[in-house]
Design a protein around this ligand. Structure first.
Ligand code: 13P
Length: 340
């Protein structure tokens, strides 16, 4: 394990005013996103779509510290013969890779899942390193409902996250540890707080047991928000205050950075929340974005699968990247959205 390299990469991933682009949708998930805008999901459309994002300059250079890729994408070659990994590197950004194999039903625990992918992971990480990956992602999924989550599901998922993180660090790849508490359902913000607290405490206990080098990892959590169907939604300031209080209670300051998932928040909500969180600083860690949907929605709509729309789609992507970059500095404000 090269601790210097791990720490250097982790810090670069959360460099001031920069964040991560989660472009690691599995083939099933990207098909859902393409279906919504009437685009067929083929190897070529997926390639063209990712390629125009990675070619968005100077937004990539200025705002995106790293890109999380899917197995197909890390091996893909652009239309002009340039590997997509090379496009990311040329923009001064780091290529990363999603390595989990998805959340599968957990036997004996109806409604809960366990994320798979540990078997053979050491060898896959070696291959990914050779392909250019310097960090990885593993997502555990925790749903809130009647009687769930159970302690057993939280513990099994936290253990898998820690085993994944250990394998990554052994391969000199920075692990993004992502325990996502879903915002589906009608639960309150207080319930989200309690569940996320239990999850993060368990995750850090497992990371400690597995001797994870905290300076060489990034945490990717959800924010503390009520369920989407909750009758009482929370103000931006309430989300920020609860999220910061939670993280201060759970995340050691040796962790260099926290990069949030957007989880189904709208693009502007995700930006406003990140900004409000950073305005509560100084915080013990760099706090930024690792958004999928909240960085891509407008760009996908503007593109609609048509080559002639690529400049407009790139402008939409650049705008979202800039807004989130400002939010990572606590310098965003609503009027900047309209000024675009
Ligand atoms: P969203 O920001 O769309 O939640 O995606 C981030 C991610 O990587 C989820 O695993």
């Amino acid at each position: 394990m090269n601790k210097d390299q791990l720490e250097r990469v982790a810090r670069a991933m959360v460099a001031k005013g920069k964040g991560l682009l989660a472009a690691d949708e599995s083939s099933g998930t990207i098909k859902k996103r393409f279906d919504a805008i009437g685009i067929p999901s083929t190897v070529e459309t997926r390639r063209d779509y990712r390629e125009f994002m990675f070619r968005t300059r100077p937004a990539m250079d200025q705002h995106i510290s790293g890109v999380i890729l899917y197995d197909e994408t890390i091996r893909q070659i652009g239309a002009d013969g340039t590997p997509l990994v090379k496009l990311i590197e040329t923009a001064g950004s780091l290529p990363g890779i999603k390595v989990d194999l998805g959340a599968k039903p957990m036997p004996g625990f109806p409604g809960e899942t366990i994320t798979e992918g540990l078997d053979g992971l050491a060898n896959r990480l070696k291959d990914y390193y050779a392909l250019g990956a310097r960090f990885a992602k593993w997502r555990a999924v925790i749903d809130i409902g009647e009687g769930i989550p159970t302690h057993a599901a939280i513990k099994a998922n936290a253990h898998a996250l820690a085993r994944y993180a250990a394998l990554c660090q052994e391969a000199n790849i920075v692990p993004i540890v992502e325990p996502e508490v879903l915002m589906d359902g009608g639960h309150t913000q207080a319930r989200c707080y309690d569940v996320t607290e239990a999850v993060l405490k368990c995750v850090f206990s497992e990371l400690y047991d597995q001797r994870i080098f905290l300076e060489g990892m990034i945490l990717k959590p959800n924010m503390v928000v009520p369920g989407k169907k909750a009758p009482q939604q929370a103000q931006v300031a309430e989300v920020a205050a609860a999220t910061v209080r939670l993280l201060k209670n759970c995340v050691p300051s040796a962790v260099p950075g926290i990069a949030f998932l957007s989880g189904g928040q709208s693009e502007v909500e995700a930006t406003a929340h990140l900004d409000a969180i950073n305005q509560l600083g100084p915080l013990p860690w760099a706090v930024t974005f690792s958004y999928g949907r909240a960085l891509q929605e407008a760009a996908q709509k503007a593109w609609a699968g048509k080559p002639e729309n690529i400049p407009a789609a790139q402008a939409a992507f650049a705008h979202r990247a800039r807004m989130n970059s400002l939010a990572a500095l606590g310098e965003w404000s609503e009027p900047l959205e309209a000024a675009a």
